[in-house]
Design a protein around this ligand. Sequence first.
Ligand code: UDP
Length: 470
Amino acid sequence: ADRGNKPHVAVLANSGVGHVVPLLEFSKRLVVGHGFRVTFLVVTTVDPTPAQDQLLNAAGLPRDLRVLGLPAVDPASVVPEDSALTRICLILSYPRALVVDLFCTQALDVAGELGIPAYSFCTMSAKMLAFSLYLPTLDREATGELVDLPGPIRVPGCPPIRPDDLLDQVKDRENEEYRWFLYHVSRFPMAAGIFLNTWEGLESGLLRVLREDSFYRQVPAPQIHAIGPLVHEDGDAEGLRSTDIECFAWLDRQPEESVVLVSLGSGGTLTTEQQVEMAWGLELSQQRFLWIVRKPTDASASATFFNVGRDEEDDPTKYLPQGFQEKTREVGMVVPSWAAQVAILSHPSIGAFLSHCGWNSSVESLAKGVPMIARPLYVEQRTNAAMLAEDIGVAIGPTVEEGRKVAGREEIERVVRAVVSGEEGKRKRRRAREIRYSSVESLSAGGSSHASLAAVCEDWKAKCRGCEEV
Ligand code: UDP
């Protein structure tokens, strides 16, 4: 086909890995599955992490998907070290372009002026989106802090949310992260539609609510399109590092469904105390594990966000508890900083995923049928963890014993054992498998996610029929 006549979609993403991953997959799908040309605009930072670099410069991107870096911003110049969300929002407030990413709603105005339909892509669950759409109302009506409200938060038609399970950003209304979050979610109704990386088999109840008139009467919202799962399959050999190859060689030697993968997203970092408990909990569990480990820090749970994988000399023996690696040599594999998570989750030896419950990681685990151990750290991960455990039934999480600040080693031991080799784990695995089947179904021709994206694509194509160049 003549490239010039293909309809053109612009996608704007912030450079956080958790946003680039699903938006890039979404763009590939538009190009490969629906005949669009896509310009992928990404707000780069001056010094991208190796993971960001690898994603954006991947050799295998389709020809009609063009990645363009917008003028780079130095994240260190905008706000203090520890506030990843504020930094992302400030960085994104510089350009004014056509926007899709959740934290890019400024560009909805520009798109409106140009008469271009602008859609938002929200890297969150339908449950979290329902809460976010309702937040401006809650903000107007509630007095005091939302976490101090007497009962659970009742988003119209949705299961109640315990204030404790709210994302950190909404726990302090004076905080600038709260103001940024509220600013963007208040603007969601300006979008022509919202894409979500979820699917019917995962969140059917919530998606039904989001389609009901009664919801729209109470909560301003555009149309919601569930198009997931969007999973970045990072298996091509060129993208693998030597540590990845070692991981696969090690995984190949382990029995089926016997290994717990421990990974905390693109920036998740434990405190020294949490790391010590995690290490000895794994050791006590006597289960096999593959741990993507980072240097602990007491500064912030997202401390590594802008720096992950930069330290080429990263040596876990320097920061893991003394004796840990010797004691676990027979059963454990430790990888510093970063590994090919999706490819690892696809390996038959993986039996469970101890995750921070970032939405991409959760989607990836379920698209691969792997049950989870929920260890949330920041942003909306606690809400996701509660949902995965209670609403969906694929996860269990360690509880923090009274009088302690962090989950102790015995508790880590208990949950790891329960999911990898206990009866409860079997139930969770069965449920995760069901969800995996539903994900395959939803993406097949005629499946709900496929149909949902195809309908929007048809609409876009109909709108630009007759245009020479869109
Ligand atoms: N990821 C990875 N290797 C790692 C850690 C993370 O490939 O060692 C990927 C993971 O597969 C996911 C993304 O980074 O696609 C993290 O996104 P998520 O939403 O789970 O968490 P966030 O990083 O936004 O907290």
